[in-house]
Design a protein around this ligand. Structure first.
Ligand code: ADP
Ligand code: ASP
Ligand code: MG
Length: 417
């Protein structure tokens, strides 16, 4: 089988869905598993519904109506006739969602979050499945929750690889064209779970791993992996080939074109990953596979915005040693602060973190009881892989102050603000 993944941007409207069919016509539909995200900004809209639900329930129905209209409009543009079946299916999902919110008594935000946001992918794949059938294709709609088995760590569920592999193989066996959802799975109690925002790339890799697929292609609004995000950097160049190791490093440092968890399962089975443009399906794009580290070997630029730099120093001029460092890391773990960069000296310790779960204030309060604490919010973390003098000079020219700098043989990092 080959696995194809289409993200939210590729199916943001009816034209996007038609283009998806065009891509499939170009690459073929045989022995293909298609993984699709929610349409456009649907996941953000569902996140708003959850917020409203916890703050002011009266506004929920209005928000749901807007989202329903968005999907019905796409259906209208896709199907000239015989739309009753798909409209009914979409209507049923919205009824189910409203019913869940009415009946739910669970106060657990993360649990409610997963039960609700998952509708984005259920809706998109249902519409696209019907559109496949409208083309005369024999399409099999697969509920990813029957296959992607996880623990119940809602919003960032961990995979049960063994159960998943078994379920995927038995559900997909004998089917030629399968369409399923990215991002979602289910716990052993059959409650819906999700794999974390932007997790559909990871879903594609999980399906590929379980199926021993020949390849995964993720279709994006860029020609492939470039040596920098074209929304941020000028004159970016296409990377033709990247090794798994290099791709993991790039994704880890924040090259958001590939979700960082995607690469490990593919590397384990040496399944090649192609990143291609859904606007130009015949172009070669980028291959992530065994082989050359990077082709062409050029500096790659990555920026993570809105990070936090925390500088700790001892109150009484005592050294910051292993014991304090282990205490600090314990707290960072407890307050769910992903660590991006660390640097220490005799009496100070600096750490650049991502305030992902908005728990900075709580953390700082605890740290102040043992250290002198300085916090600088909204800093940028720049990373250059395979830097050269010209690349380093370009960073220094961007007008911002360098607050912290660190270099290894392959990577230079700067915290700037
Ligand atoms: P999806 O539709 O699958 O969710 P994303 O929006 O997550 O796709 O990823 C595509 C975007 O990633 C591009 O529009 C681009 O702005 C951004 N991006 C960040 N870093 C890179 C990079 N190194 N190369 C290409 N695109 C990048
Ligand atoms: N729909 C989810 C999100 O927007 C998953 C994904 O698109 O990858 O985060
Ligand atoms: Mg996305």
């Amino acid at each position: 089988m080959k696995v194809l993944k289409f993200g939210g941007a590729s199916v943001k409207d009816a034209a996007g869905v038609k283009n998806l069919v065009h891509v499939l016509n170009t690459v073929g539909t045989q022995d293909t598993l298609v993984v699709v995200s929610a349409m456009g900004k649907t996941t953000n809209a569902l996140e708003r519904i959850i917020e409203v639900y916890f703050e002011d329930k009266k506004k929920v129905n209005q928000e749901i109506l807007i989202l329903k209209e968005f999907h019905l409009q796409i259906i209208n543009e896709l199907f000239e006739s015989k739309t009753a079946k798909v409209v009914r299916a979409v209507q049923e999902y919205f009824d189910e969602l409203i019913d869940f919110l009415k009946r739910n008594k669970a106060p657990n935000y993360n649990f409610v979050y997963d039960q609700v946001v998952s509708y984005g992918e259920l809706l998109s794949t249902t519409i696209i499945h019907h559109y496949f059938e409208h083309q005369g294709w024999k399409s099999y709609w697969l509920d990813a929750r029957a296959c992607i088995k996880t623990d119940d760590y809602y919003r960032a569920a961990n995979l049960n690889w063994e159960a998943t592999q078994q379920e995927v193989q038995s559900h997909v066996k004998g089917k030629s064209l399968v369409i399923t959802q990215g991002f979602i799975g289910s716990s052993s109690n059959n409650f819906t779970t999700t794999l974390g925002r932007e997790g559909s790339d990871y879903s594609a890799a999980i399906f590929a791993y379980a199926l021993n697929a020949e390849s995964v292609t993720i279709w994006k609004d860029v020609p492939g992996v470039l040596n920098g995000d074209p929304r941020v950097f000028k004159e970016t160049k296409l990377l033709h080939q990247i090794s798994y190791r290099e791709a993991i490093e790039l994704a880890f440092y924040g090259a958001s074109v590939i979700h960082p968890k995607t690469l490990q399962p593919l590397q384990r089975k040496e399944i090649p990953l192609f990143v291609k443009s859904f606007e130009n399906p015949e172009a070669t794009g980028t291959a992530v596979s065994k082989g050359k580290t990077l082709d062409p070997m050029i500096p790659c630029f990555i920026i993570k915005k809105d990070q936090v730099l925390i500088r700790l120093s001892s109150i009484d001029f005592s050294f910051i040693v292993e014991e304090n460092i282990s205490y600090i890391f314990g707290l960072l773990h407890e307050y769910q602060m992903p660590v991006e960069l660390i640097q220490n000296s005799a009496i100070s310790f600096s750490v650049c973190v991502n305030n992902k779960y908005k728990r900075l204030e709580e953390l700082v309060l605890v740290l102040r009881s043992r250290f002198k604490v300085e916090v600088k919010e909204q800093v940028d973390l720049f990373t250059i892989r395979h830097f050269d003098t010209k690349a380093l000079a370009s960073i220094r020219k961007n007008g911002k102050q360098i607050l912290l700098e660190q270099r290894t043989e392959e990577t230079a990092q700067f915290v700037m603000g």
